[in-house]
Design a binder for this molecule. Sequence first.
Ligand SMILES: Nc1ncnc2c1ncn2[C@@H]1O[C@H](COP(=O)(O)OP(=O)(O)OP(=O)(O)O)[C@@H](O)[C@H]1O
Length: 600
Amino acid sequence: MEHAFKVDLRGMIDLLSNHLYSDPSVFVRELLQNGVDAITARRAREGAFEPAILARLHRREGELPLLEFRDNGVGLTEAEVHEFLATIGRSSKRISEARDTFLGQFGIGLLSCFMVSGEIELVTRSAAGGPPVRWRAQADGTYTLEVLEDDGLDIGTTVRLRAREDTDFYFEYGELRDALANYGRILPFPIHVTDGEQYDHVNAVLPPWLAFAAGDEGRREEVLAYARAELNVEALDVIPLRGEEGGLLGVALVLPYATQRGSRQWHSVYLKRMLLGSDLSNLLPEWAFFVRCLLNVERLHPTASREAFYEDDALKAAREALGAQLRGYIEGLAARDPGRLEALIALHHLPIKALATEDDDFFRLLAHEFTFETSTGRMKLGEYAARFPVLRMVTNLDQFRQIAQVASAYGHSVINAVYTYDVPLLRKYASLFGRELEEVDAQTYALSLEDVAAGGLEDFTARANAALATLGCEVSVKRFEPAELPALLIVTNEQRLLGDIEAAREVADELFAEFLDDYAAEYELVRVARLHLNLNHPLVQDLLHVRDEAVFARLVQMLYVQAHLLGHHPMRSEELALLSGGLSDMMRWGLRAAHLGALN
Ligand SMILES: Nc1ncnc2c1ncn2[C@@H]1O[C@H](COP(=O)(O)OP(=O)(O)OP(=O)(O)O)[C@@H](O)[C@H]1O
């Protein structure tokens, strides 16, 4: 046996009116939408006429406020009231041939009025003829319908809502005016509001971005001024957005501050010129977080709450079209205004890089533009790749500093890849553009320096090692470029850590010092740092001939300290003591030499 569903009307109305929409103020939107649709329907039927929408507030002492919302649209006959108004889920618009021209389609919007009022009263007169009727609906799902005297009432519909104690707020003049302006700012029919004393035509002036988007590019400054005054956005630029897909028309304002990826962006999205909402992030590609959009769409499908779009093919196509235009803007910048593009990337670099690591197309677009610090200066990746066949990266800042000193002398340039996303970006670059990527570290890099044949230098090396014995540093003699660099100190990560621990130990209290000692013990085995003396340097060549052991030791120690400083290694107390002792000796020797010179 077949049974029909039963519907608990009270529950249904409660569900639709109180739980579908996120905010009671949407009743203004639903009223406005019905008024606009009714005018559209009357136009289709009669041709041109003077459309009008008026919201009139009555606020009297001792009474709850009353709103009368009037449109001079197509109206409803008695039969249509039963069929469309009083049948939940039935909409005249969905069954109309011109359904695409209407804003509504679900047949539930009017129920949102129950969020702010216990009763909906609607007086209407149809353009199709017949007497006017009054429909009064209660939130418990009952209604009455009364046929009125034909006393010359104009064609159109008036909805009357009386506020409840708790919804008074939505019936304040300023509140109502702002809500109407918010939803109806770009609607093509005049919308008026009054409370008897105050009066506003809320959409008297069209915002300039519409005309700009439609091709009037001369209004760019006006759009920027509008963004500043109305949206509080000091936009860096404005990008027109147009597209057949969905019938898109609007602008993207380039934000002047860095945004977090994934952070919700506020956009104003209008559907058939009526504001749909501001949290419509699914209309834009995920990476479009650096813009704020003002956008009208004609042919996308809203959800029943009208607070989002359906995720369908039309939305996908529109999103792609918008993405293509934002990409186009970035490409255009790269070609005609690289300075601006650089500033854009610098401002939004973290989210842009984050996205580039995941999205190959976006990466391709910007790959050559990413700027890195290299041992040959700050450089765009594209420029680096054009100059150096192998991408050499260092992932540790200390190592970068050590290698940077010698790399360029060998015609190399190393990329400082120590910041977030650097390594994945370089990997992607290498794989997408077929380049060799090599991770270098200071130790292996030092191995490539040319070893000097040990013959005859063992004694020299042993004496130099003795001079640095207390410092945990071994000496080797090599030849390398640049010849102006007398010595290169290479310290591995563990050794650096040990250095840091020792530096901390010197200022630590007893308990903490003990802890640091234990910690340091684990690294005892790798204590040796390496000082590479450069035999290409005249000073090192002269050093081979110094016989005075005290002078020899001092000179080696000073080379060590100098290499320490050049490599940006932290100075421990040992190095500081060497520096000060060494300087005193140098001064003493200098003075003595000067003195001897004077005597001669
Ligand atoms: N101001 C009006 N003038 C003429 N007809 C109206 C008016 N308001 C409502 N109606 C009729 O009542 C029906 C139901 O309206 P309701 O607002 O509940 O839903 P809808 O506008 O059809 O769809 P949606 O739920 O998407 O808003 C409409 O389809 C229309 O036929």
